[in-house]
Design a protein around this ligand. Sequence first.
Ligand SMILES: Nc1ncnc2c1ncn2[C@@H]1O[C@H](COP(=O)(O)OP(=O)(O)OP(=O)(O)O)[C@@H](O)[C@H]1O
Ligand SMILES: Nc1nc2c(c(=O)[nH]1)N=C(CO)CN2
Length: 199
Amino acid sequence: MKPTQSDPTVQPVPASVVATVDAADTTLSNPRWAVLAFGANLGNRLETLQGAVDALADTPGLRVKAVSPVYETEPWGVEPGSQPSYLNAVALVRTTLPPSSLLERAQAVEEAFHRVREERWGARTLDVDIITYADAVSEDPVLTLPHPRAHQRAFVLAPWHDVDPEAQLPGHGSVADLLTAIGTEGVTPRVDLELRLPE
Ligand SMILES: Nc1ncnc2c1ncn2[C@@H]1O[C@H](COP(=O)(O)OP(=O)(O)OP(=O)(O)O)[C@@H](O)[C@H]1O
Ligand SMILES: Nc1nc2c(c(=O)[nH]1)N=C(CO)CN2
């Protein structure tokens, strides 16, 4: 039987639903730049970082556009000598995922590499942080944008500056100036190591 206009099973779509779907469509057709930071100080650190970049590149709606050089870095925020040193790197991505989905994906990748959450700033096989998402600013503790400590961290700013010398950290100014202000002590380029940009 052909449905007619008076078919009682066809409900009008509420305006709020139309607005939500339209907003999702806009995101889908409008990829944003995001900066992701990676850190590892347990296990095979380089292999883990490459695995994380590859796993993120396999995400529908996400393209990895650049990967930074790799840095060997002294653990930040903890007692000196209490943890192994980190390898750190940064990736620039374009994504149609909204910020909350990007965070979910980053956390799923951390878990895939057996990240265990114990103490704050504890040693870890993998940490993936969202440093910026377009020019979004948010104080939501679940996803604070830009990352609330990025401006204090040479292990984020140095590799980010390498791949984007003109980069700006929303609310804090240029990455170049921030890096000059805090210096690069304890952050050493590992020119013998390299991350591959996924195809
Ligand atoms: N920009 C962000 N990127 C990643 N996680 C964030 C961000 N803003 C807030 N969070 C929240 O922080 C929580 C703790 O994250 P995580 O365990 O990676 O912290 P950490 O790496 O030990 O410390 P830090 O946040 O100083 O890098 C996450 O569950 C997440 O919800
Ligand atoms: N060098 C270095 N120190 C850290 C790092 C990190 O990635 N590199 N991550 C931390 C929590 O996110 C705490 N301290």
